[in-house]
Design a binder for this molecule. Structure first.
Ligand code: NAP
Ligand code: SF4
Length: 683
C-alpha cells in the first residue's frame, strides 16, 4: 500500500511568494526589519550576531536588514556606536553575511546617520537645532561636510557589497539625518541644501546616486522613506510622493515605509497601537511608484501580513520584533502552524527599552533572543523528576524549557486557570496582545505533554510524598495591603479584583499608587466603549492623525479627539516626584498621555489619613482633605507569596524560587521568564 502525501494549500500564499527584483529574487515577502541589538558594539558581538541572524534565516525569513551602522564617526548613535568605513572592518561583517547566506536568506546592511539624534557632543545636522529628546545640540553641517557625508554613505555601501551583503537600506526616516534635511522643522538653511523642497531633498538623492554609482545595478538599495512624519513642519503627502518618484529615478530598488520621528508624541509601535495601523500609508504610495514597497509597524502575525498583501497595500511586510519573539515565524506559517508562533506582544520591555538604556536587547517572551550562544536548552543526561508550583508565566516557562531538556515536569496550579498576572494584564485596554502569550505558552505545555494539575494547591507534605528531585516555587505575589485606618472598609478593593471583573465599581474612584499597575487600573476604569486599540478609526482620531496627510507631517493643526472618560478618577502617590517616573522609557509617556486625555486627576505628596463611609481622607500640604469617592483601589505594590520554601528546606528537599515569589519588587514578566529559562537551562 502506498502512502500518498497530500500537501495542504498554504494559508499565506502571498506572504510566501517570491519577489523578483530582476537581478535577484527574494524567496518570500517577509523582511526582518532593522533593529539594533547591542551585540554590534559588544566584544565578539559579531560572532553572536552571526548566530542570531542565521537562526532567523533558518526560520524562513526572506530578507534581513541589520541594525543601523554609521557611515562616519559623527553619524554614530553613541561614541562607541557601530560604523563601517574601512576595509579592515569587513571581516566581521562577512561572518554575518556568510551565516545568513548558508541558510538561504538575503541580508542588507542598514546605513544610519543619526544626525541630531546622535547621543554625543560631536553631532551634526542640517541646522543647529537641538532635538527635544537629546541633550546634545548639533552643529550645522558645512557644505564640505555635506559632500563628505554623501561620499561616506557611498563608501559604506561599497564596503557592504565587499562584505557580502546583498544590498543596503539607506535610513531616510524616523527623524534621522536625511529626514532632518528633508523637513523645514530641522532645516533652516539658505544654501542649495535648504530652502525650497527641491534643495531639502538634494542630500537624499545625492546619497542614492553616489551609492548606486559605487555598487552597480545588481545590488539592492532600499530607501526608508518617511511617508508620515507625525511631527509639525514635517512633509505633506505631495512632497513625500515627489521624493519617492525622484528616489525611484535615482536608482532605489525598494522603498520602505517610515512612520513618525522618534521625537513624535504619537505612539507608532507600542502594544496599544492597533495592528497594521499604518499600512494605509504605504497603500497610498502604491498608486504613485513602480518599485516594490515594504510596509511596517505593528504587524505581528502571518494573518495580518497576508491581509495587508491581499489588499494590495504593499509588496512586502517588515517585522523586526516578531522575529525576536519567534525566529521560526515564517517556517511555522509555511506549515500552516501559525497557532504555534510565539507572538510579539509589542511590549518593548526587553527589546527597545534595553536598547534605550544601552543594554543588549532580548525578548520578554523569548529570553533566548540575542543570547543564542549563551542560553540553550540542551538534552540532559541527568533526567530529574521536577515539580513546579504555580502556573503563572514563570512556572509555565520553566516547565516548558525543562521538559524540552528531557526532565519529567509536573506543574501544579492552585487556581482553575493558568497564566497568573497575564490573565489580568490582558484585560487592560491597550494590552489585549497579552492574550497571545497565554495562548502560546499554555499551548506549548499541551504540545509537550507536560503534566498539569489545576485546582491543585500543594503542601510541604504532599510534595514530600511524591519524591521529587527538585521543587520549583513559582507561587507569585500577593497585593500589598497598606497600613491605613479603615483599609478593611467595603469600598476598598485591590487591583486584582478590579481587573478580573469581580467587583462593580462606582463613578468616583481613588487609585492608591502610581506604579505600572496604578496606570493600568486608571486606563481600565476610564475606558468607555470599545478599546481604541481595536478600532483604528477611533485610535487615529484620538491621536489626531490626518489620513489625507494634507496637514504637514499628518498632524500639524489637527485636533486630537479626547476620549470620554467613564469615571472620575483620582490617582495618588506619597512621593513628591513626577507621576509615572517608574514606567518604561519607551512607553511611559504614552500611558501618561492616555491618562491626561481621560482627565485623571493626579495628586502627589499625600499621606493617607483614613477611609470611612464619606470616602478617603488625605493630608496634603499639611491640610486634611476628603475625597468623597465610591471606591478606593489599592495598587500599592506586591509582596512575595512563598509559604512552602522553609518547610521543604527543613525536609531537605532541593528548592528553587523564581519570579515574583523570589522577588516582588519591580515584579515583571520579563525578569520572571528569563529567570525561569536560566534555571531550566542549568538544572
Ligand atoms: P510599583 O511600581 O512598585 O508601584 C507601587 C505604588 O504604590 C507606588 O506608586 C508607591 O508610591 C505606592 N506604594 C508603595 N508602598 C506603599 C504603601 N505601603 N502604602 C501606600 N502606597 C504605597 O508597583 P506596581 O504598580 O504594582 O507595579 C509592579 C511592577 O509591575 C512594575 O514595577 C512593573 O515592572 C510592572 N508593571 C508595569 C506596567 C507598565 O509599565 N505599564 C504595568 C503593570 C505592571 P508611593 O510610595 O509614592 O505612594
Ligand atoms: Fe516583542 Fe516585547 Fe519581545 Fe520586544 S520584548 S520583541 S516587544 S514581545
Amino acid at each position: 500500500m502506498s502512502t500518498e502525501i497530500i500537501e495542504q494549500p498554504s494559508n499565506f500564499p502571498l506572504m510566501l511568494s517570491p519577489l523578483n527584483l530582476g537581478f535577484t529574487t527574494l524567496r518570500n515577502r517577509v523582511i526582518m526589519g532593522s533593529m539594533h541589538t547591542g551585540l554590534e558594539e559588544e566584544k565578539n558581538g559579531f560572532d553572536k550576531l552571526a548566530v542570531f541572524y542565521a537562526e532567523r534565516a533558518r526560520g524562513g525569513v526572506g530578507l534581513i536588514v541589520t541594525g543601523g551602522i554609521a557611515p562616519n564617526f559623527r553619524g554614530r548613535i553613541s561614541p562607541h556606536g557601530s560604523q563601517l568605513s574601512f576595509s579592515w572592518q569587513t571581516n566581521k561583517h562577512k561572518k554575518v553575511t556568510d551565516a545568513v547566506h548558508k541558510e538561504g536568506a538575503k541580508i542588507c546592511l542598514q546605513i544610519l546617520h543619526t544626525g541630531r539624534y546622535a547621543y554625543h557632543p560631536f553631532n551634526v545636522s542640517a541646522s543647529a537645532i537641538k532635538a527635544p529628546i537629546n541633550p546634545f545640540k548639533p552643529r550645522q553641517m558645512s557644505e564640505r561636510q555635506i559632500k563628505k557625508t554623501i561620499k561616506d554613505f557611498a563608501n559604506t555601501c561599497e564596503l557592504a557589497q565587499k562584505s557580502g551583503y546583498d544590498g543596503v537600506e539607506i535610513m531616510g526616516s524616523e527623524g534621522y539625518l536625511i529626514n532632518q534635511f528633508i523637513c523645514q522643522r530641522t532645516n533652516q538653511r539658505q544654501d542649495k541644501w535648504g530652502g525650497d523642497y527641491e534643495n531639502r531633498i538634494r542630500i537624499a538623492l545625492e546619497i542614492v546616486k553616489a551609492s548606486r554609482n559605487k555598487v552597480g545595478p545588481n545590488f539592492i538599495i532600499i530607501f526608508r522613506l518617511s511617508m508620515l512624519d507625525l511631527v509639525e513642519q514635517g512633509s505633506t503627502w505631495d512632497e513625500v510622493v515627489e521624493l519617492a518618484k525622484a528616489l525611484e529615478k535615482a536608482g532605489v530598488s525598494i522603498l520602505n515605509t517610515g512612520i513618525g520621528w522618534h521625537e513624535a508624541r504619537i505612539p507608532t509601535i507600542a502594544t496599544s497601537v492597533p495592528r497594521a495601523a499604518f499600512s494605509w500609508v504605504t497603500a497610498k504610495m502604491k498608486k504613485e511608484v513602480n518599485i516594490p514597497l515594504i510596509t511596517t509597524n505593528r504587524i505581528n502575525t502571518p494573518e495580518v501580513a497576508e491581509d495587508i498583501l491581499s489588499r494590495g497595500d504593499a509588496d512586502m511586510v517588515s517585522m523586526a520584533r516578531p522575529m525576536l519573539a519567534d525566529p521560526e515565524f515564517v517556517n511555522k506559517a509555511a506549515k500552516n502552524q501559525s497557532d504555534r508562533i510565539n507572538i510579539c506582544i509589542a511590549c518593548n520591555q526587553a527589546c527597545l527599552d534595553h536598547v534605550f538604556k544601552q543594554k543588549r536587547a532580548s525578548c520578554l517572551v523569548n529570553p533566548r533572543a540575542c543570547y543564542e550562544t549563551e542560553l540553550n536548552f540542551e538534552q540532559t543526561t541527568n533526567i530529574k523528576k521536577l515539580a513546579v508550583i504555580g502556573g503563572g508565566m514563570a512556572g509555565i516557562a520553566f516547565a516548558i524549557y525543562a521538559q524540552q531538556r528531557g526532565h519529567h515536569v509536573t506543574l501544579y496550579e492552585a487556581k482553575s486557570q493558568l497564566g497568573g498576572q497575564f490573565n489580568l494584564a490582558k484585560n487592560v485596554p491597550g494590552k489585549e496582545e497579552f492574550v497571545e502569550s497565554l495562548k502560546y505558552f499554555t499551548g506549548e505545555l499541551a504540545r509537550q505533554n507536560i503534566n498539569v494539575h489545576l485546582n491543585a494547591p500543594q503542601s510541604v507534605e504532599s510534595l514530600k510524598q511524591e519524591n521529587f528531585d527538585d521543587v520549583i516555587l513559582a507561587t507569585g505575589v500577593t497585593p500589598r495591603v497598606p497600613k491605613i485606618d479603615g483599609i478593611e472598609h467595603s469600598s476598598v478593593v485591590n487591583y486584582q479584583q478590579v481587573l478580573s471583573g469581580e467587583v462593580i465599581m462606582g463613578q468616583r474612584v481613588a487609585v492608591l499608587g502610581a506604579g505600572g499597575i496604578g496606570y493600568d487600573i486608571c486606563e481600565f476604569l476610564t475606558e468607555k466603549g470599545q478599546s481604541h486599540t481595536e478600532n483604528l478609526d477611533l485610535w487615529l482620531k484620538e491621536w489626531g492623525i490626518d489620513t489625507e496627510i494634507v496637514h504637514r507631517g499628518g498632524v500639524e493643526g489637527v485636533d486630537q479627539v479626547k476620549p470620554e472618560s467613564a469615571r472620575q478618577i483620582y490617582m495618588l502617590q506619597r512621593k513628591e516626584q513626577r507621576f509615572g517616573k517608574s514606567l518604561q522609557p519607551t512607553t511611559g509617556w504614552i500611558h501618561r498621555a492616555a491618562l491626561k486625555k481621560r482627565a485623571v486627576e493626579m495628586i502627589g505628596g499625600v499621606s493617607y489619613h483614613k477611609i470611612d463611609d464619606d470616602g478617603l481622607h488625605i493630608i496634603l500640604d499639611n491640610k486634611s482633605q476628603l475625597l468623597s469617592v465610591d471606591n478606593i483601589v489599592v495598587c500599592t505594590g506586591q509582596e512575595s507569596k512563598n509559604t512552602l520554601q522553609q518547610g521543604l528546606l527543613d525536609l531537605n528537599v532541593s528548592v528553587h524560587v523564581i519570579g515574583g515569589a523570589d522577588f516582588a519588587g519591580e515584579l515583571d514578566a520579563k525578569r520572571a521568564i528569563r529567570q525561569a529559562a536560566e534555571l531550566a537551562a542549568r538544572i
